[in-house]
Design a protein around this ligand. Structure first.
Ligand SMILES: Cc1ncc(COP(=O)(O)O)c(C=O)c1O
Length: 377
């Protein structure tokens, strides 16, 4: 038997993805369109129509290798933000770019800083590569406690420091002044990685411009959320300091992006209409669901999310997040069980997407049904 060389890989935890609609429809006999899929933070309106048209209308040369650096897409992204193409690297989703960053800017044994809880890919990839995750605990109601983050950064001198803005799973937004403070504290020893996967939903412009002020800052974004292209797999890193991008281009698998990804991304980055429509729905529905989930006894929506998901806290001590996850599933609602999906989140929280009103109504009904079922037990 061929041996796995890395001791961390042999004992590795796999990523726990959200469940597909088909599973719940079949298991509980619910019409597939009625299943509320609220566990993967996908776009409720689907793919950017411009991206779809660009891919379907193009004579894709499927037998010919793509250009290795995705130059067309790098140029389109750079133009959008007023940067040079040398400031952009593309990956098969932001997830792939995270792996390039970790491998290029840290070595085995180096510390990598992140909040706890956080997007699990940071610590899963760090551990796969023998890096050492260092966790910054969050405050009450997922306060970002930036002073604590900076103190841990100064004490631990990590090589890479992740910030997710808005944070996942809480949706909390970090102020630009705090990002500046972190970049200053990071100095020359630490690369600050600002993951803006969900930035559109905050209705702020985000931190790309900040990279002009800080040579140690890279911003990562994805096409999976506001652009609705999670299945196509496109993400990018952008930094005014092109010296941060060069090693990422060198480390990436040579032909990591196919023709369809490049064409779809070039079209989507200019699809402002799809993004605008999506953001409006999310902002409206975030308020809609907050209003209707207020005043429950066994559950509480954690306030302060600026993203396309929020945390639901389980207050009833006879329940935990896994029991509520199962109860929601039986009622045709798929969410993320915090105890399974986010290290350190504990067993009192579920992460739930904001989506179409029809799905929000099913969620609200299901939560209230569980609440009343418990109270009449
Ligand atoms: C915080 C965060 N960053 C990055 C990603 C990855 O996005 P992609 O689909 O581009 O790999 C996700 C996906 O859920 C995420 O939650």
């Amino acid at each position: 038997m061929v041996q796995v060389v890395s001791p961390t890989l042999s004992a590795k935890e796999a990523y726990t993805p959200g469940l597909p609609r088909e599973f719940v429809a079949e298991r509980f006999g619910i019409a597939i369109d009625d299943v509320a899929k609220l566990g993967s933070a996908e776009n409720p309106f689907g793919a950017s129509p411009k991206a779809r048209a660009a891919i379907e209308g193009a004579p894709l040369k499927l037998d010919i290798y793509p250009e290795w650096s995705s130059q067309l897409l790098r140029t389109a992204i750079a133009r959008k933000y007023g940067f040079d193409p040398s400031s952009v690297v593309c990956g098969a989703g932001e997830t792939e770019v995270i792996s390039f960053v970790l491998r290029a800017f840290s070595a085995p044994g180096d510390a990598v800083l992140m909040y706890e809880p956080c997007f699990p890919i940071y610590h899963i990839f760090a551990e796969n590569e023998n890096r050492v995750p260092v966790y910054v605990p969050m405050g009450p109601d997922f306060d970002l406690v930036v002073d604590r983050y900076i103190a841990t950064l100064r004490a631990g001198r990590p090589k890479v420091a992740f910030i997710t803005n808005p944070h996942s799973p809480s949706g909390r937004l970090m102020a630009e002044a705090d990002i500046r403070r972190i970049c200053e504290a990071a100095g020359k020893e630490t690369l600050v990685v600002l993951d803006e996967a969900y930035i559109h939903f905050t209705e702020t412009t985000g931190g790309i411009e900040l990279t002009r002020d800080f040579a140690n800052l890279i911003v990562l974004r994805t096409f999976s959320k506001a652009f609705g292209l999670a299945g196509l797999r496109i993400g990018f890193g952008i930094a005014a300091n092109a010296e941060l991008i060069r090693p990422l281009l060198n480390i990436k698998p040579t032909w990591n992006m196919g023709h369809a990804q490049v064409l779809g991304g070039v079209a989507a980055i200019e699809d402002d209409e799809h993004v605008r429509k999506t953001v409006k729905l999310i902002v409206d529905m975030r308020a809609y669901v907050a209003e209707r989930l207020a005043g429950l006894n066994r559950f509480r929506m954690v306030p302060g999310s600026r993203s396309n998901f929020f945390l639901l806290e389980v207050l009833d001590p006879t329940l935990d997040s896994t029991k509520v996850f199962d109860e929601l599933l039986r009622r045709g609602v798929i969410v993320k069980d915090g105890s399974v999906s986010f290290r350190g989140l504990g067993d009192r929280y579920l992460r739930i997407d904001v989506s179409l009103q029809k799905h929000m109504d099913r969620l609200i009904w299901a939560v209230k049904d569980i609440e009343s079922g418990i109270s009449s037990r």
